[in-house]
Every structure is written in C-alpha cells, then in structure tokens.
Design a binder for this molecule. Structure first.
Ligand code: SAM
Length: 277
C-alpha cells in the first residue's frame, strides 16, 4: 500500500467492502479484546434520547454508511417511526437487511447510495447517524452538508470517529518485529475525519452541541488473537508469505516476540450537531 491515503479512494473502498467478511472478523477480534469503554451503540442510543427534539418512537432516522448494520440494529431496537440505512456497498446493505429481524424490517428501508448524494428529500429526518464512515469520504464537508440538508430544523447529527493514533501500539509492534516496518508512518484509517478535526469540519455546517471522547482499552489475549485482528486491518502491508492467513501471521509473530497478551487503545469521538434553521 502506498503512503498516499487509500481510505478515501472509491476503487479501493469498493474492494475493501465487497463482502462483509473482513469487517465481521475485525469487529469480532476487537470485541473479544475489549477491556474498557462503553459500547458505541449504547452511547449513540443515549445521545439520541438526550438530543432528539421529538420522542424516539416518532423519529425519522437515517443511518449513513451503515456497513453490516451493527448500528442499524441498535437504531431499529429504538423502534423509530422509520429508519433508512444507506451504504455504498450492495453486499453490506444485503447483510444489514438480513441481520434485521422481520419485525425490525417493518419500518426500515435499506438503500445502496453514495453518502455524497443522499437519496432523501430535504428536511425529511429528525436524526442522522454517521458511525465510522466519514473518514472514507473524498469530500467530508459535502457529506456533512448532505446530512444537514436531510435534517429537519432542530434535527440532530450524531457522527462517530476515532483518534488518528488509535491502535498505535500495534503499529509499533509490527514495526519492531519487522513484519511491517512502515506501519507507524502510514496514514491512519481515521486520517481525514478524526477526534481532533471533526468539530472544526462540522462547525460551519451545523451547531456543534456536544463533543464526547471515550477511551477504549483492548487486550489481545494471545498472539493468535492478535493475528486475527491484524490480518483484517486495512492499514497494514504484511509479507506475501503471510497472505490473509492469521495462523501464518501468528507463527511469524511467535518467531519474533514472546507469547502473551498485547494491549492497545483507541479514542472514540462522538459529535452531536444540530440544524438550526
Ligand atoms: C466501518 S464501516 C461502517 C460501520 C457502521 N456504520 C457501524 O456502525 O457498524 C464503513 C462503511 O462506510 C461505507 N462507505 C464508504 N464510502 C462510502 C460512500 N461514499 N457512500 C456510502 N457509504 C460509504 C463502506 O461501504 C462501509 O460499509
């Protein structure tokens, strides 16, 4: 992978999210490692309850960049008046549809679309959630403006991203073992929209009502567990001999460092923006 930021490149993202597999395995390895940090879907639900201008069961909600539907499921559980989930990947939209139960699907619509051009009328929703996706936008402020266009006056955007240096411990580990010497110098997945610029990006478009930073801590219990995560991270360039095989990566790690737990950290940032006019 070159040092240019690939995480906003449409062709690369198309490959990255062509199937749900990588995202599913990465999420599973991370969840198994979580030591500390409030689950993201809990925080999003709490923020909606706090900031929505209407009762949740009457709210019209849009989930942008829904991925495999983890946040969508939590939003559906709030039983809003309707829920629209949008993603550029047809495969992930299909996964989201499958993961919602029949009852949850009753008031939910899933739609393949680019979040730079949201397929909803102006002022049509009470809330937009954009979790872990704005850093894939070629033009983040266009996406933020699109979310603002779709919001009714008084409507809220909840945007979620991470700090640029999230999981830096793993970059250093890969560099020190020689398995990916350039890992610390590559652009972060969160390079373009991160904890420390999201408010600045949103402020000209929406009133920033709240910015919340949560620390999350992880412990990968063994090198097998660590390899399950590392192999699915799009940031790293591992030797061709490792391929996409976590067992081979775990063996390579074992040759270079003692078996045992590995800790990592991330910062998850939530922005609450409100449309005033
Ligand atoms: C990490 S996943 C999102 C996870 C999801 N929001 C959640 O909370 O579980 C990032 C998603 O952004 C989507 N994405 C990337 N570029 C996009 C675009 N231009 N328009 C819409 N979705 C896009 C990808 O297809 C992918 O599903």
């Amino acid at each position: 992978m070159s040092s240019a930021n690939p995480f906003t490149d449409t062709g690369y993202l198309h490959q990255l999210y062509a199937t749900p597999r990588r995202l599913t395995e990465r999420t599973s390895a991370l969840l198994d490692a979580r030591l500390h940090g409030t689950p993201v879907v809990e925080v999003i639900s709490d923020l909606l309850h706090t900031h929505l201008a209407v009762p949740v069961d009457t709210a019209r909600v849009l989930d942008v960049g829904c991925g495999r539907g983890t946040t969508t499921q939590a939003l559906a559980a709030l039983d809003p008046r309707f829920l629209v989930a949008v993603d550029a990947s047809a495969s992930l939209i299909s996964t989201t549809r499958t993961r919602l139960g029949a009852e949850e699907r009753r008031n939910a619509w899933m739609c393949v679309a680019d979040f730079h051009h949201l397929p909803l009328p102006a002022k049509s929703v009470d809330a937009v959630v954009a979790a872990f996706c704005l850093y894939h936008a070629a033009q983040p402020t266009v996406v933020l403006s699109e979310t603002a266009r779709c919001l009714r006056p008084g409507g809220v955007l909840i945007a979620v991203t991470k700090a640029r240096d999230s999981y830096h411990e793993l970059d250093r580990l890969l560099a020190s073992t020689g398995l990916d010497s350039h890992a610390p110098n590559r652009p972060s997945l969160y390079e373009t929209v991160h904890s420390h610029n999201i408010a600045e990006l949103a402020a000209p478009i929406l009133h920033v009502r709240q910015l919340r930073h949560d620390q999350h801590l992880f412990r990968f219990t063994s090198l097998d567990h660590l390899a399950r995560y590392l192999i699915t991270s799009p940031k790293y360039t591992l030797a061709a001999s490792v391929g996409n095989d976590p067992d081979r990566l775990a063996s390579e790690l074992r040759l270079r460092r003692p078996e045992g737990p590995v800790n990592a950290s991330s910062t998850v940032t939530y922005l609450v923006g409100v449309r005033h006019d």
